[in-house]
Design a protein around this ligand. Structure first.
Ligand code: CMP
Length: 140
């Protein structure tokens, strides 16, 4: 299986509860390596741009409000089949549907405050990594 990269966000509900380390440990225990990480407070422009694919969805405005409501930690994760590996450990978008032992089952508060974001394909991972990181910030 190829070693690939994916993009992750530890969301404001998790940073507010001081869960950055706990969430990162679950990612690392799942076989992912953090090769870039920074704590930022997203601007409205960044949130709207990052989630532009959801622009027509009814939750878009509230999603952007939430993602700018506090600090987030944006990360690049590396590992075998990183996109799938990360999605498996994150669990379903809605914590009510998430499997036991996943990050969202363990920590998420709601479908919006669901603690983590992860890319859904290799192609989107590359786009999302580029949105927040320059090449020299990725240190494998
Ligand atoms: P994320 O992986 O960050 O991508 C889009 C986010 O929209 C998603 O996680 C959810 O946290 C959020 N969201 C809020 N409401 C909904 C909803 N009704 N359906 C899907 N996603 C939602």
């Amino acid at each position: 299986m190829a070693v690939t990269r994916t993009f992750s966000i530890i969301k404001p509900d998790a940073t507010r509860r001081n869960l950055t380390g706990a969430v990162t440990k679950m990612l690392e225990d799942a076989g992912l390596r953090v090769v870039a990480s920074k704590r930022i407070h997203m601007t409205r422009e960044q949130a709207e741009g990052f989630y532009a694919v959801h622009k027509e969805r009814p939750f878009y405005g509230e999603l952007c409000d939430f993602m700018t409501s506090g600090p987030v930690v944006v990360q690049v994760l590396e590992g075998e089949d990183a996109v799938k590996r990360n999605r498996d450990v994150m669990g379903a978008t809605n914590p009510a549907d998430a499997a036991e032992g996943t990050i969202r089952k363990t920590y998420a508060e709601s479908i919006e405050a669901n603690s983590v974001h992860g890319s859904d394909s290799d192609e989107n991972a590359a786009t999302e990594i580029r949105f927040f990181f320059s090449d020299d910030e990725l240190v494998g």
